[in-house]
Design a protein around this ligand. Structure first.
Ligand code: CP
Ligand code: NVA
Length: 303
């Protein structure tokens, strides 16, 4: 089997992504019913975290354990990476010892360099440019609550960051319309916008972007690594809070999502994230099921 990586949503075909979501829902049902399913017995996932994490770490670690395998947490400070061992050498060594590697890093190029020489699948657990695992969970959550997202309208309110870039990929792969409301100067990647064509529109006014939307999504105003820009960003994003007024402009059955962690009173009002349209806890839980489906796919091939 040729090794497959998951650095962005574009590494899988649209059909593969749809099949993966169906499998995630099946794995979720099996877990609810207490059915033991351990196809990854003896397999090991190495996880390199250059940034903090709650959901990504716990979901991958629990997911590997539930599939019969195990996961190993590696912080760069405790490995030779921080002492300057080249990424490529690390990748070659790890791929002789473990079955897959998940990396949460700053530069997306770190993932690409790792993948270029790795004999085992590399999974993007978040980079400055993308967060594809979160999109698997978001798409699963929409499917469970509202059915197919094809032809629907999604409003992204906030920073044109890694999550926003992955939403652009998702719009192409899952065939929905995406409206992005971000302050000027905080746009997502231009090349992705060009690639997406008229499936994605940048509308700076959040209320206009939310008009009639089926799903409203946001994320923090300052991502990990941007802590020193927090004050400037708080000012720039002042009008980009997802409030009850924004949700009222969306379709009556619109859902609200946030990858978490969230800042109530900044990018989202407490009454929205804790309100009836919010599905953030299902969204967080689905990281587990969607990534188990991803691990099965990458390690065992399509089911
Ligand atoms: N959404 C997400 O990736 O959460 P963590 O940073 O806690 O992993
Ligand atoms: N955009 C956020 C997502 C956190 C899960 C960040 O990169 O910090």
């Amino acid at each position: 089997m040729t090794v497959r990586h998951f650095l962005t949503l574009q590494d899988l075909t649209s059909d593969e992504l749809h099949a993966l979501l169906r499998r995630a829902i099946e794995l979720k049902r099996m877990r609810t019913e207490g059915i033991l399913h351990e196809p990854l017995r003896g397999r090991v996932l190495a996880m390199i975290f250059e940034k903090a994490s709650t959901r990504t770490r716990v979901s991958f670690e629990a997911g590997m354990a539930q599939l019969g395998g195990s996961a190993m947490f590696l912080s760069p400070g405790d490995t030779q990476l921080e002492r300057g061992e080249p990424i490529e050498d690390t990748a070659r060594v790890l791929s002789r010892m473990v079955d897959a590697v998940m990396i949460r890093t700053f530069g997306h190029d770190v993932l690409e360099r790792f993948a270029a020489v790795s004999d085992v699948p590399i999974i993007n657990g978040l980079s400055d440019r993308h967060h594809p695992c979160q999109l698997l969970a978001d798409m699963q959550t929409y499917l469970e609550h509202r059915g197919s997202i094809q032809g629907r309208t999604v409003a992204w309110i906030g920073d044109g960051n890694n999550m926003c870039n992955s939403y652009i990929d998702a719009a192409m792969q899952f065939d929905f319309q995406l409206r992005i409301a971000c302050p000027p100067g905080f746009l997502p990647e231009q090349t992705l916008l060009q690639q997406a064509g008229d499936r994605v529109q940048v509308i700076h006014d959040p209320l206009a972007a939310a008009q009639g939307a089926d799903l409203v999504v946001t994320d923090v105003w300052a991502s990990m690594g941007q802590e020193d820009e927090q004050a400037r960003r708080r000012e720039a994003f002042r009008d980009y809070c997802v409030t009850a007024e924004i949700m009222a402009a969306a379709a009556p059955d619109a859902l609200f999502m946030h990858c978490l962690p969230a800042h109530r009173g900044e990018e989202v009002a407490a009454e929205v994230i804790d309100g009836p349209q919010s599905v953030v806890w299902d969204e967080a839980e689905n990281r587990l099921h969607a990534q188990k489906a991803l691990l099965e796919f990458l390690l065992l091939g399509p089911t």
